[in-house]
Design a protein around this ligand. Structure first.
Ligand SMILES: [Cu+2]
Length: 172
């Protein structure tokens, strides 16, 4: 009887500990947000469009200090997002593009910014309010044509951080 209980306890312990190890990262990974359409680089990683490392498990987690202008938010583990030589699949678009954000944590929002070729092409006020789970913005790309990379930034109001997403486009 005692031996049997010990065996069961050991089996339960062995079964539980790997679950805990897996659950901790995914709990933190459930926070934040990213551009899911047109598919951002992290969305392409998550979908398996492009082979990627850790970012494929948490496309919503490209978080870094405000004011950055790269695709990986200075996260060394996600540096490949800023690698323009990876086979990112550009989305064919016209002059006006609707960018759709998915939020898994609805942080109060300062604003959203869009950059193209180092120029800020659009800004949308967040009203220091909590956004809905999905937010869309229409952005005019001006005279840009051909292969382009838009950097979309979600500046949140409840921390010093922002979320970054690069979107590859083929503009015609
Ligand atoms: Cu968050």
């Amino acid at each position: 009887m005692n031996v049997k209980r010990k065996v069961i306890a050991a089996a339960v312990g062995a079964a539980i500990s790997p679950v805990v190890l897996v659950a901790l990262p995914s709990a933190t990974a459930s926070a934040h947000g990213y551009v899911n359409s047109p598919p951002s680089r992290q969305a392409q990683c998550a979908k398996g469009t492009v082979p990627c490392g850790a970012i494929k498990y948490e496309p919503q987690s490209v978080e870094g200090p405000k004011g950055l202008r790269n695709c990986h938010g200075n996260n060394a583990a996600f540096a490949e997002l800023s690698d323009d030589s990876k086979p990112w699949k550009p989305t064919a678009v016209g002059r006006t593009v609707t960018f759709n954000w998915t939020f898994t944590a609805r942080h109060r929002t300062s604003n959203y910014e869009y950059f193209l070729g180092g120029q800020r092409i659009a800004v949308f006020d967040g009203g220091n309010a909590q956004p809905p789970a999905n937010v869309s913005h229409q952005v005019n790309l001006g005279n840009a044509t051909g292969r382009q990379k838009v950097l979309a930034i979600w500046n949140i109001a409840d921390t010093a951080n922002a979320f970054y997403a690069c979107v590859d486009l083929q503009v015609s």
